[in-house]
Design a protein around this ligand. Sequence first.
Ligand code: HEC
Ligand code: HEC
Length: 437
Amino acid sequence: MVELLARAWDLGWPIMIGLVGLLIYFQATIKDPASKKSATFKTLIGILCMFLALIAISNYAHNFEYDPGMLPVSLVMITAMSFIMGLYFTNIGALMKIGGFMFFVAAALSGYGNWLPQVEGGFPPPVVKLDFQSMSAQQLGDEGEKIIFGGIGQSKTQGAIGKGQCPLCHGFQKGFLSERAPNLFNIPARSAEQLKAPNYHMNDAAARNTEQKEAFEGSGTATNAQEYIAESHACPSCYVVPGFGVKGSNDTVSPMPRIHKPPISLQLGELAAVDTWMYTREGVESPGYDAIVTSYEKFIPEADRPKASEGDEGEGKGGDMLVDGSEPHDALFAGAGCTACHTIPGIKDAEGKVGPVLWEGTNAPKRMKDSGYAGKAKTTKEYITESILDPSAYVVTDFPDDQMPKDFGLKLTGGALSKIVDYLAALEEGKPLPPKE
Ligand code: HEC
Ligand code: HEC
């Protein structure tokens, strides 16, 4: 409600209400100069009605695209307004009553359509296999935005994230400072420049990374901008942007996960969609589906390419929740995104290197004893919960603050959080791993 008023305020509506209020006041005094009291009363009623109308209009404008189920609320409000005016302003009463009745009918009709419980039907929604190859650049880019941010138009929403998990680390908006990883604005143009960097291994064989170049025989040898982007996804350590390497690795190891490997496991078509979005959103012409897929084939051997059937849950979870706690442990940590940054003993593919190894049964008691600890936790489980919901409460020594996202509280259900906390609390160095589903 407050939000709606604020929006309306922006629209300059208040001035209008004031004017209408004044008008009603004068109109009322002229009709009945004897009674000032009733004039004031009518003015108040008038203003109240205008507020109703205002909120109704604002609600309508806002929810038109956003939540059509809310539209009948506006109609009901306008109906109510018409009737109130009809009652108190006798000179226009008949008009208002007729108008009100018409709105009532409209509201009833549209409410009937919108508010009936959606009939779920006995059939599961058909699984739509996306045919990336035959899409236009625009459609392909839309799919890319969905993979990165979870939905079309979500790239402008703070904290939006999709199965590609890129926003965990990367900023995408121009001028947005991102410390965890390079801001990906302007990446199409910058890629061509990176190839010329003196420490790019094509230019300096000695600096060539040995950790991960085996991703494929051709890796470490991008020759154009699109190949550079493909290589960044398929073999992040092949070239590490200076200053962004894993701490202590002297920029030879990248903290970025290989995007075609579990748990993220994007297929080549999906990678093409992601890349296409990075071009088209800047108005840059994309090299085209086939050229992008070919660039990935250079770096990802056939056997390593995820198949269309595996790990493809389409759009993922409904709503904004990453996981709900019903998942087995491996899927739980992967889905929540922890594995991109943390190594978690016992969890499949949890080999992230951005944050500490999560031996929390061992770590938590130590952290709470640290003289620099200013959080509120008293027990291991409280410490873990605090670390997830409020990462800045205590920043582990040698790790930068502001790396771990601060909005997990909004993205994990209570069930998911407690399952995560229970598992991590049971991880003690030197002890057997806890059981998992
Ligand atoms: C766990 C954190 C993390 C995730 C998740 C991640 N990245 Fe990265 N990425 C990095 C870091 C750190 C670098 C810089 C080091 C390097 O060059 O590898 C990087 C580098 C890149 C580069 C090269 C940037 C440049 O300036 O040269 C591209 C392109 C890129 N990432 C795209 C993506 C996309 C697209 C996704 C999602 C599908 C993604 N990344 C997911 C951390 C991440
Ligand atoms: C983008 C990278 C990133 C992601 C994603 C991430 N973390 Fe972290 N996490 C960090 C960093 C860096 C630290 C150390 C700095 C700090 O304490 O904030 C950390 C610290 C922690 C700590 C405290 C560790 C200790 O030993 O004191 C816990 C617990 C933790 N993370 C759990 C999680 C869980 C659970 C998830 C998934 C829901 C997650 N993290 C996702 C980067 C990340």
